[in-house]
Ligand binder design. Structure first.
Ligand code: DC
Length: 243
């Protein structure tokens, strides 16, 4: 059995990476957190890193329509992450970012800037560095295909676009916003298409990933499936001590 742990543990002999990719609203974030908590791994929330980058670029006056970003601009941006139990804290110029990166406009800007290869390249090291010290559940769009091609296990979480938009709409309502469902749906469609069609690291399931469709699943049943997959495939404790 995989044992539950309460806090994140330093990787002992080479870290274990579990990747979870998929489109917005599929449940990646909730499931990554639950899985990381179960395993005592750290969540690498790569979307938060792209969002922090978007905030930094917007703050530097860079337009989301830019077709290229100078290296000097990217070099000046300082993003740092550190663990807090199994969750990830993120800092921009040593100031911790919290709710501000969850705003819709930041997600949309992140999706636009993320299409630029130089932006993606500039964020590779920070993501891989995290895996040097910690066992991680890496969540994003290109974790299995690009950032961690040799991951221990790769999962791709998806759901019908209508269901994903409904979840996002409910989340925004709970936050006190007053969105139109049709706007949430069309923005999600546009984001999907941008994330899937960009030339560099498009959102696509890795050929060696297991696809989990959460349209009709509760987070608890999806988590059960994930834990079962991990258990069926590997002797987890063995891997940790012998790798
Ligand atoms: O997962 P999220 O909604 O927080 O991500 C925001 C945007 O960042 C997403 O639309 C695309 C981009 N992103 C990416 O291109 N690659 C990742 N690994 C993570 C996010």
């Amino acid at each position: 059995m995989i044992s539950s742990k309460t806090g994140v543990k330093m990787a002992q002999q080479g870290s274990i990476v579990i990747t979870i990719d998929g489109p917005a609203g599929a449940g990646k974030s909730t499931l990554s957190k639950k899985l990381a908590h179960e395993l005592g791994f750290l969540v690498l929330d790569s979307g938060a890193i792209y969002r922090a980058m978007a905030l930094a670029l917007l703050g530097a006056g860079v337009s989301t329509d830019s077709v290229g970003i100078p290296k000097e601009t990217l070099d000046k941006i300082s993003i740092r992450v550190e663990p807090c139990e199994t969750l990830m804290r993120i800092f921009l110029d040593d100031v911790e970012l919290k709710d501000e990166i969850r705003e819709e406009y930041v997600g949309l800007a992140a999706s636009r800037f993320a299409a630029l290869p130089e932006v993606r390249e500039s964020l590779l090291a920070i993501q891989r560095d995290v895996a040097r010290s910690w066992n991680i559940v890496a969540e994003g769009r290109d974790m299995g295909n690009v950032v961690f091609p040799n991951a221990f296990i790769k999962l791709f979480i998806t759901a019908d676009i209508g269901e994903r938009a409904k979840r996002r709409y409910t989340e925004l309502m709970m936050r006190g916003d007053n969105p139109y469902y049709s706007v949430v749906l069309s923005e999600m469609r546009a984001r999907d298409s941008r994330d899937e069609s960009r030339k560099t690291a498009p959102l696509v399931a890795a050929t060696d990933s297991t696809i989990i469709d959460t349209t009709h699943l509760t987070p608890e049943s999806a988590l059960k499936i994930m834990l079962q997959l991990i258990e069926d495939k590997y002797d987890f404790d063995q891997y940790q001590t012998n790798s």
